[in-house]
Design a protein around this ligand. Sequence first.
Ligand code: UN1
Length: 511
Amino acid sequence: MANETAPNPVQSGQATTKVYKNFIDGEWVESSTGQTFENRNPADTRDVVGIFQRSGKADVDAAVDAAKRAFAKWRLVPAPRRAEILFRASEMLMDHKEEYSRDMTREMGKVIKETRGDTQEAIDCGYYTAGEGRRLFGPTVPSELPNKFAMAVRQPIGVCGMIAPWNFPMAIPSWKIFPALVSGNTCVIKPAEDTPLSTLNFVRTLSDAGVPKGVINIVSGYGPEAGMPLVEHKDVRAVSFTGSSEVGRLIGETAARSFKHCSLELGGKNPMIVMEDANLDLAIDGGLWGAFGTTGQRCTATSRIILHKSIYKQFVEKFIEKAKKIKVGNGLDESIEMGPAINEKQLKRDFSYIEIGKNEGAKLLSGGNRIEDGDLKYGFFLQPTVFGDVNPKMRIAQEEIFGPVVCMIPCDNLEHGIEIANDIGYGLSSSLYTRDVNRAFAAIRDLDAGITYVNAPTIGAEVHLPFGGVKATGNGHREGGIGAIDFYTEWKSIYIDYSDRLQKAQIDRPE
Ligand code: UN1
């Protein structure tokens, strides 16, 4: 039984550090490389969360092999039955919500309220997707010929390879795995190397809920060593990746060579426009949440606040006053509002962009420094950072930073605000604060992004609507909602001719 061994913590050299294994074909196994890596708490790097397998191609091959064998049976399990298992998994996630959320804060750093939200998002996704088991709708249409029946059904694709990010280490894997499974596919997931535990907790729950062996497999490790072999594997028929546009391009190119389905959910540089008629206090609180929630480490983070010039000064002053009061620290403390950067590399990236901003002539209005008081020196803490008078062409206003750094940009009117919002390589999320319904609908129509919020910041997507974006944010697919089912299924069109004679479509027509 999977739950006797999973996630198989054993004592390592350090008395309290657990060693976690890969899950392949229903067994918890060590990687063939014999190598492991440490997962440390970004809020306190003295704390080793666990030791994980540093897998290579042979591990991926074994997992794909298992998934391929399991597919032969799983695809024939009626979808409503598959869905029951996913529903049960969601109930079990609910039972473990607090434990998994605490694990997540420890390995990822975001505050406990947010990790509870992350776990909840996986639960929501499971409940929603379980409902799909009794739908998976396809069209049934009248044939153009008499005594002929026409319809299309969804069919599973086969083995799916998933490469998950660290910022939503349970929610995002759930967006990928639940719809893949309900559709009858089998999966191999490589979690992010910074957050393998949360993804492993998710996979373990699926197995404990009754997902048969081989149907779900997890192989931990680094992108080039374990991720790429998954993308390249000839038996993997669909790849789903969330991460940077740079890596996404590489994955997309690689997957295209063997005609794999490939869903890429990539970067963002999300604008929030605030008009002069908006409820400013609401917009300020929204902007703070959008910019500094998850330490700015969301692809949907609000990173550009485009302000009507008449309210610019007033908005920025109040915003900074509140930004300075944000309590930064270890997210397991309920009173903390913002956690650390995920790792040293990300912290360095944040600082390098702060330097770039200063050199470009933007005004550093608040933050910009590392926080190293007391035990915080053991973590990757950075002050919430606000740049003012940002020119929309500056690099800090064009490139994704993925940290708690926000740009204030003045605009003349709504058209100008939308022009600035759209003049960017990405197109994930966007938002407008106004009380004017005409402006709201114009912005909904004209903002070039996959998501638009009105009177809310750019974060906070719900699992049952499509999630994804335009331009360098992706390649046209959507996670969430029915878009995910579309990605994880192939259409089969079926024509049944019961006329007992040869009928020729397009040719046999009544005179
Ligand atoms: C991400 O931004 O990386 O919409 C995912 C949100 C969350 C998911 C974010 N539900 O903010």
